[in-house]
Write a protein that binds this ligand. Structure first.
Ligand code: SF4
Length: 403
């Protein structure tokens, strides 16, 4: 959906204090038909019968969290975005998604034009379901597509075919979705530049409003990790990955997409407001098994196991298992480092208003070397990574960590 003019104003002008009074909501849905071979998310196959008790527990958590987030005068906390992530949220029924949305509307003051995204697996969607989701209030769809190469999809353990991606997008359009993201991965074992180019060409032909392109990271505990150790698969090498990224960036920018964050491209006005919450280090409340939150000066996370999560909520208790107070200097570091991942970079006046301190005194001499090495550039009021800096971002980020 289009970012409204008032929202732009809130995001880009010094209205940071207003934004800090709002939240974004994340709802974790930990169900999948099967586990993809590269996935280390907190998600499970074979527990579909838990869907209904899980939704009941999540409705309880939303009510409890909304109560805790209320202002001192008892008014509801304003929520700007909702994101159903997973897992595979499209495995919920339309009625279950509707109950979760109603719970959010009852516990938070949801903006009328709130961005409400649902992640979906193209192999699990029907037109009827998409029409129902749109009517329930979902206004942005994110399709985990990963590749248009049938063989690569099989080798990743995906349950859908390339045709199902195209079909899902066409059905989404027919159901009235005007804001759709497609996720793809590069640097896959055995993936050639030619396969990547063909995937991007097919994606471009569908003209989604948003694309997320992630380089594969092989995480411990996944089949891909074991197979790499055993020498059965070889991940794409670094140079090839860099070439794939460069190719994608040039192709997408020529097609009118803005690379507004390292891994994300959008047609103007279709940047994900929910994801911008994370990159601007603004408050969010994550609900559901294993979800994370940043709210009221604390980072906290929930019980990961869905069964234990459900049992905790049956006792009307919040399922928080870890909590950390974020000191001001840490919040300053995180705010700078997350903003530098975005194309716009860090808006220095907003930073200084937020923390009531000059950026120069926070950063001291720590960025001098990376500035001299050409990794950073200044525009009026903004600090951002240069083209070279985007390839060597970690050199900059580690210098922003608290001393
Ligand atoms: S569908 Fe997504 S969340 Fe589920 S196993 Fe595959 S990658 Fe992980």
């Amino acid at each position: 959906m289009t970012t409204s003019a008032p929202e732009q104003k809130l995001q880009y002008t010094p209205s940071i204090q207003q934004l800090l009074e709002t939240v974004s909501l994340y709802l974790h849905i930990p169900f999948c038909h099967t586990r993809c071979y590269y996935c280390d998310f907190n998600t499970y196959a074979g527990i579909l019968p838990l869907r209904e008790p899980y939704v009941r527990a999540l409705v309880s958590e939303i009510a409890l969290a909304g109560g805790q987030a209320q202002h001192a005068d008892g008014s509801l906390r304003r929520a700007r975005t909702i994101f159903f992530g997973g897992g595979t949220p499209s495995l919920l029924t339309v009625a279950q998604v509707g109950r979760l949305l109603n719970a959010c509307r009852a516990a938070f003051a949801l903006d009328e034009d709130a961005e409400i995204t649902l992640e979906a697996n193209p192999g699990t969607l029907t037109l009827e379901q998409l029409v129902g989701l749109r009517a329930a209030g979902i206004n942005r769809l994110s399709l985990g597509s990963q590749s248009f190469d049938e063989q690569l999809l099989k080798e990743m353990g995906r349950i859908h075919t390339p045709e199902e991606i195209t079909q899902a997008l066409r059905s989404a359009r027919a159901a009235g979705f005007t804001s759709v993201n497609l996720d793809f991965m590069f640097g896959l074992p055995g993936q050639s530049m030619r396969q990547w180019q063909e995937t991007l060409a097919q994606a471009m032909a569908l003209r989604p409003e948003h694309l997320s392109l992630y380089s594969l990271i092989i995480e411990e505990g996944t089949p891909f990790f074991d197979w790499t150790q055993e020498g059965r698969i070889t991940p794409g090498d670094e140079d090839l990955c860099a070439d794939m990224y460069e190719y994608a960036d040039q192709l997408l920018q020529a097609a009118g997409y803005v690379n507004y964050e390292i891994s994300n491209w959008a047609l103007p006005g279709h940047e994900s407001r929910h994801n911008l919450t994370y990159w601007r280090n603004l408050p969010y409340i994550g609900m559901g098994a294993g979800s994370h939150s940043f709210f009221a000066g604390k980072r906290f996370s929930n019980e990961r196991d869905p069964q234990r999560y459900i049992h905790t909520l049956k006792r009307r208790q919040l399922p928080v298992v870890e909590s950390e107070t974020i000191e001001k200097v840490q919040e300053m570091s995180e705010t700078a480092f997350l903003a530098l991942r975005t194309a716009q970079g860090l808006h220095l006046p907003t930073f200084e208003e937020r923390f009531a301190a000059p950026f120069a005194s926070f950063v001291g001499d720590r960025l001098r070397m990376v500035k001299e090495a050409g990794l950073l550039e200044y525009a009026v009021g903004w600090l951002r990574l240069s083209k070279r800096g985007r390839l060597l971002g970690n050199e900059v980020f580690r210098r922003l960590l608290p001393e």
